[in-house]
Design a protein around this ligand. Structure first.
Ligand SMILES: [Zn+2]
Length: 487
């Protein structure tokens, strides 16, 4: 039991933030590079040499946690009122013009011409002890770029006092590319609609957050979870295969018991829609939300988990509608068993980290860049702008809500064993892991998975050095333990 006093850590209890995104993916690129180009590149020694983690990994904040937490406690223990509020809003983020799709290299620059389903940004804004946190679930393949996140953060801080963000892509493989830039060769003049869309996306997300903050009302919170069989490991060839079976639900109600919003957290790739279908779709998470809306009369935000090695495992038909309904049925069962309560000690603690990891590929190398251009399309190199030199900068956000609930977000495709360990070792009453959160730095396999090989473990799609995922989870656990010990 964590017993953190209300509002102990103000908005400035936040460290480092910097930048990077990346896209690239999936089957075709990985397979092609692995089978043909990668051996060649490796033989030419273009891959970065391995450096011990202790030497090559620099973390902005975790090394000083023990020094910084105590002063914060002393200075702000009585600074904020004991309030807890929650608000919800959403915006349509469906592209209104043809533009390239995110998710499969094999599609190259083929343009989506229409929408099978609308794409939506759904937002919860929480205020606890005077600090505001926005949690956004997007019908997109990834979270926005660091550049976009910085602009969104500036808008919502200025207009709604929201200091912290967890913006997460559902990882649908039928959403738009969001990395292109208004610069020659990186989108300008070739994909102007996609460049313009990025600004529209930032505005829409910021508007939803500002509206949700404005609509926030005193709230009760409860949570529940169940182990389900709706996902499977797609990477490991032999047993036992790691898996995170947990389907978790947060339920936010008004003080008189009316639903404000639900949050559903589960790990499974949204890859059921046919790659050849060049239309936007929210994939199975969107249909899960639709079914929950219909059954509970409540809005719902979906946050993808550590799905790096998790595929959907439908019991029934392999369609986005049927699988969405399957997940919704389990989520509704959990939600109905939850009895939300007003938190006894509202409070919000947030620690943000940015890491500097060496890249496994030399992403500045002209041959590798030419390969990416060929496999996708030339302008996609815009994503490498957030990887200056030979370092990559994943982000981590660690949140403790009301002294009880831990939310940890990582900017990429974490393998499920990372989330399992985080949840098992966390001192919080309940811990959720959000993948695809606050940026996108590709796959974070475990060291064990890298040793075994398989999809998501190769340097072509996992750019961070081996051990990066473990290091980030260790960092989150250190933060959680420090906050717990200080309470
Ligand atoms: Zn993926």
């Amino acid at each position: 039991m964590i017993t953190i006093l209300p509002g102990r850590f103000p908005a400035w209890f936040t460290w480092c933030s910097s930048s990077h995104p990346s896209f690239l993916s999936h089957w075709s690129l990985s397979f092609w590079i692995s089978s043909s180009v990668w051996p060649l590149l490796s033989s030419w020694s273009l891959c970065r040499s391995r450096v011990p983690m202790s030497v090559c990994v620099r973390v902005c904040s975790c090394v000083s946690v023990s020094l910084r937490v105590i002063p914060c406690l002393l200075l702000t223990a009585t600074a904020h009122a004991a309030t807890f509020t929650a608000g919800y809003a959403e915006r349509d983020i469906t592209p209104q013009a043809p533009m390239p799709m995110w998710g499969y290299g094999a599609r190259h620059a083929l343009l989506a011409q229409s929408a099978a389903d609308p794409l939506t940004a759904r937002v919860i804004v929480l205020e606890a002890g005077g600090i505001k946190l926005a949690i956004a679930g997007l019908d997109l393949g990834r979270a926005p770029t660091f550049r976009s996140l910085d602009r969104i953060k500036s808008l919502i801080q200025e207009k709604a006092g929201v200091a912290h963000l967890m913006i997460c892509g559902s990882h649908t493989h039928h959403g738009p590319v969001v990395e292109l830039l208004d610069e020659p060769g990186l989108g300008q003049g070739t994909f102007d609609a996609a460049v313009k869309y990025v600004t529209q996306l930032e505005d829409a997300i910021a508007a939803a957050i500002i509206e949700a903050a404005d609509k926030a009302v005193p709230a009760k919170l409860g949570w529940g979870a169940a182990e389900v069989t709706l996902n499977r490991n797609r990477q490991k060839k032999d047993e036992p295969k790691p898996r995170d079976p947990e389907l978790a639900v947060l339920r936010f109600d008004t003080l008189d018991g009316q639903p404000i919003v639900l949050l559903v957290n589960f790990a499974a790739h949204p890859i059921l829609q046919d790659i050849r279908d060049l239309r936007w779709t929210c994939e199975w998470p969107g249909y899960m939300i639709k079914a929950i809306n219909e059954q509970l009369g409540a809005p719902c935000v979906f946050v993808q988990g550590a799905a790096g090695d998790m595929s959907p495992n439908p019991a029934g038909e392999r369609t986005i509608q049927a699988f969405g309904a399957e997940v919704a049925a389990e989520a509704v069962k959990i939600a109905r068993q939850i009895t939300p309560q007003a938190p006894a000690q509202p409070g919000l603690q947030v620690v943000e980290d940015t890491f500097d990891f060496k890249t496994r590929l030399d992403l500045q190398n002209s041959l590798i860049r030419a390969t990416f251009k060929q496999m996708f399309f030339p302008e996609i190199l815009a994503m490498l702008q957030e990887i200056p030199g030979d370092t990559i900068h994943p982000r981590l956000i660690t949140v403790v809500l009301n002294g009880q609930l831990a939310l940890v977000g990582g900017s990429g495709e974490f393998f499920s064993a990372h989330a399992r360990r985080l949840k098992a070792e966390s001192p919080a009453e309940r811990t959720l892991f959000f993948g695809y959160c606050n940026g996108h730095q590709m796959y974070f396999p475990t060291r064990e998975a890298i040793d075994q090989g398989g999809y998501g473990t190769e340097p072509s799609v996992s750019w961070v050095e081996p051990g990066a995922g473990e290091y980030m989870i260790d960092t989150a656990l250190n933060h959680l333990r420090a906050l717990h010990a200080a309470s």
